[in-house]
Unconditional design. Structure first.
Length: 142
């Protein structure tokens, strides 16, 4: 199953012609879009298995519901229990924090990544400096 949380940018006239084939070539039996701020109607009309603005997807060794949203977040459901948040909006300007990881293709060498890849990177990222402001009673899982 493949999830895209980073917008697809092509001129309006090129989207339908240039993306229908690559989307069918993405790895996984299913292809899902988490909508970004630049996703145009022509992107939304491509043959996705689902289209959402926000998704909780269970994965990882604890099978926690990790949050997928195009935009980075400070906290989310199950964040206190160790669930991660995946985003893409910022391109290569920020890799994220210990529990909120940029999964945009431009910070992953334009290759698909697994939960294990993302979790490994998360452990190397610094804690979000605002975690204690919004989750004042919770410790950040490291």
């Amino acid at each position: 199953m493949g999830w895209n949380v980073h917008q697809i940018l092509l001129p309006k006239s090129d989207v339908a012609n240039n993306l229908a084939i690559p989307i069918n070539q993405l790895p996984g039996a299913e292809r899902h879009l988490v909508v970004g701020n630049h996703d145009l109607r022509s992107t939304l009309e491509l043959p996705w298995d689902s289209i959402s603005h926000f998704v909780e997807l269970q994965d990882g060794p604890q099978n926690l519901p990790n949050t997928l949203c195009h935009y980075p977040m400070i906290t989310w459901n199950h964040a206190r229990k160790g669930a991660l948040q995946f985003f893409g909006h910022v391109h290569d300007n920020w890799r994220g924090s210990r529990n909120s990881v940029n999964v945009g293709v431009d910070v992953w060498d334009f290759m698909p990544v697994t939960f294990a890849d993302i979790a490994r990177r998360a452990k190397k990222l610094p804690p979000n400096k605002h975690w204690g402001d919004v989750e004042h009673r919770a410790k950040l899982n490291t």
